[in-house]
Design a protein around this ligand. Structure first.
Ligand code: 0RA
Length: 650
């Protein structure tokens, strides 16, 4: 993120200011770098340092890591790796060690052969820890020598120096978090313990010892524990399933690498009814799932289904077996290592890399096919469990439908909606109308057989700026979902839009023919683009075009949609003379009566609807973020230049 200028060796004067500025930014906005400044952020400092040692272990050079909580809540992390290089970094002209400790994101740049795997959720590197510590001391054991450097708030106190000789190798980092930055300075043993345990399962073979010097037992020994897993994910899945009864004696396990992506998975069926998926990308818990989880589910359903079909195990089942049924009572730990992970979602814990789906699918598919062929007894137990789950689900759904049918006699549609009589979506239209008063006029003017009206209150929520949960909490937006009959899937199915119950195939946005109205149209369009894109893709979304003028003389009148239209009307009705004719400029929908609104804007015989299309999703994306973002001038320029009669095809 931050670029640093070249600095002369051992010079901590003016030239190094750019470097310090980088770390100053971390102190100014710590939450941006480590998530928060509460307990979570405080613990994150330790994870950030451990991650570097884990990377050294994954590169095959480190076996033991020790984490020590000292009296006063300072921390030491020590490893027996190769030691951070201490030689002069040619580009930076100073010790590589100093670069790692003081330059943002410098951590993994030395070893090009191994990509940095752990990297932490925020992947910020140890220099952030340095910036957020009042004091930090790093000691490197390397090439027979001991090197050291100390820092205060990230600033080196002296150039890297040799302090002795050694026959060991490794890196030791001691730091005291800056309590003027963190709300709490107290480390919780249990919090560190659970992350360290998790890391030891995820990186089998590495021994991580946690020592708490703040607590002594009766003999005066510090509280301490070593986490060292040889079984890796197999032990992990046993650990998460400790309180459940397993259906098969051994977890199913596989490990494979394809296209530089490492996949490791362990799964176990238990007698519970829930699915429990713990997924990781580069040691980060992807609580929102993502493409790796999608690939795993796909393989799971396919492998079991084809095995059961081939062995005629589903022959007596009279109803469909769904993907969910294969996952009832399933516990999985899935860990992938991806060179350049793209994290998405609310909490940036959802993997976005599409190439991962196929790779995980293939690995897990092969593993399960082999397993099922080689373990017919276990396979049968699992398939029986699946059938049981399907039977129960089937019964439950029937019951639920009965309850729903009874309770939804009033239909559950929004009170503001004036629905149409026809229930065939292909012929039904809904008008989303700006404001209650125009809504009222539209209700009177419409053809109630196939036209529904949903008035929307003023400016709807700007979905570009609001957090997702706020969006689902918003009254107008909820009304749109229920009125349209659209629902959103679970996180597991990527929040897929469900249009099975869509109630109208024409969704018409009807706003005033002015700049405000145009803005409201854009807000509604933004919502559709971000949350119901498929409606736009299918061509169901339209914009109504109310007229701008009424040109009238006596009983004769003509509507005009633009200035050319108006001139033509004046020509025809007033024989070219402006002052014998009456020109009414419609400022809003509310100025028309029901009959006029019907005639000009709603009647399929006479109206003009503009269909909204997406020419380029990327461009639409750019336009919406520009329109709805914080920058006012480009937005105003766009809206004014597109005001009403220009096409807003997005
Ligand atoms: C890059 C290169 C080398 C070691 C490390 C990184 C390293 C970093 C950390 C951070 C904590 N512990 C670490 N241990 C090692 C060494 C390259 C070489 O010796 O050839």
């Amino acid at each position: 993120m931050e670029e640093t200028k070249e600095v002369k060796p051992n010079n901590y004067g003016a030239d190094s200011i750019t470097v310090l500025e980088g770390l100053e930014a971390v102190r100014m906005r710590p939450a941006m770098y480590i998530g928060d400044v509460g307990s979570k952020g405080l613990h994150h400092l330790v994870y950030e340092v451990i991650d570097n040692s884990i990377d050294e272990a994954l590169a095959g050079h480190c076996k033991n890591i020790t984490v020590r909580i000292h009296e006063g809540n300072s921390i030491t992390v020590k490893d027996d790796g190769r030691g951070i290089p201490t030689g002069i970094h040619t580009k930076e002209n100073r010790s590589a060690l100093e670069v790692v400790m003081t330059v943002l994101h410098a951590g993994g740049k030395f070893d090009k052969d191994t990509y940095k795997v752990s990297g932490g959720l925020h992947g910020v590197g140890v220099s952030c820890v340095n910036a957020l510590s009042t004091d930090l001391k790093v000691t490197v054991y390397r090439e027979g020598k001991i090197f050291q450097q100390e820092y205060k708030q990230g600033k080196p106190q002296y150039a890297v120096k040799e302090i002795g000789t050694t026959d060991k190798t490794g890196t030791e980092t001691w730091f005291q978090p800056d309590t003027t930055i963190f709300i709490t300075g107290e480390y919780k043993y249990e919090t560190l313990e659970s992350r360290i345990r998790e890391l030891s399962f995820l990186n089998k073979g590495v021994a991580i010892t946690l020592i708490d010097e703040r607590e002594k037992d009766a003999e005066g020994n510090f509280k301490q524990e070593t986490f060292h897993s040889q079984g890796g994910l197999v032990e992990f899945v046993r650990f998460v399933d400790a309180s459940r009864i397993p259906l098969i004696p051994e977890p199913i396990y596989a490990e494979a690498t394809k296209d530089n992506i490492a996949v490791e998975i362990a799964l176990q069926y238990n007698d519970s009814y829930t699915e429990n998926v713990c997924s990781y990308v580069n040691n980060i818990n992807t609580i929102e799932g993502g493409t790796h989880v999608a690939g795993m589910r796909r393989a799971l359903t396919r492998s079991f289904k084809s095995y059961a079909d081939k062995n005629k195990l589903f022959d007596k089942v009279s109803f469909e077996i769904a993907g969910d049924d294969f996952r009832e009572g399933l516990s999985v730990v899935l860990s992938v290592k991806v060179p350049e992970p793209q994290f998405e979602g609310q909490t940036k814990t959802k993997l976005g890399n599409n190439e991962v789906t196929g790779i995980v699918d293939q690995c897990v598919g092969e593993m399960l096919n082999n397993y099922l062929e080689e373990h017919p007894k276990e396979a049968k137990i699992i398939v029986q469990k699946v059938i049981l789950a399907a039977t129960a689900r089937h019964a439950a759904r029937k019951a639920r439908e009965m309850v729903q049918r009874k309770s939804v006699i009033g239909s559950g549609l929004p009170g503001k909606l004036a629905d149409c009589q026809d229930s065939d979506p292909a012929v039904s239209e809904i008008f989303l109308v700006e404001g209650d008063s125009a809504g009222g006029t539209a209700k009177q003017g419409r053809n109630r057989k196939y036209q529904a009206i949903l008035p929307l209150r003023g400016k709807i929520l700007n979905v570009e700026k609001a957090m997702e949960h706020k969006i689902y909490d918003n009254e107008e937006i909820k009304n749109m979902f229920t009125a349209l009959g659209v629902s959103i899937g679970t996180i597991e199915d990527n929040k897929a839009l469900n249009l099975d119950k869509l109630r109208y195939h024409k969704i018409v946005i009807m706003t005033d023919a002015d700049v405000d109205g145009s803005h409201i149209s854009t807000l509604i369009l933004t919502f559709f683009f971000r949350y119901m894109k498929e409606l736009v893709e299918r061509g169901y979304v339209y914009i109504a075009t109310p007229p701008l003028y009424l040109v009238k003389k006596g009983k004769e009148f003509q509507y005009a949609w633009n200035d050319v239209d108006r001139k033509e009307a004046v020509e025809r009705i007033g024989n070219g003379k402006d002052d014998s004719v009456n020109i009414q400029r419609y400022k809003g929908l509310g100025e028309m009566n029901a009959e006029q609104l019907w005639e000009t804007t709603m009647n399929p015989e006479t109206r003009t609807l503009r269909q909204v299309t997406i020419e380029s999703a990327a461009e639409a994306d750019r336009i919406f973020s520009m329109l709805m973002g914080d920058e006012v001038p480009p937005r105003r320029a766009f809206i004014e230049s597109h005001a009403k009669y220009a096409k807003i095809d997005v």
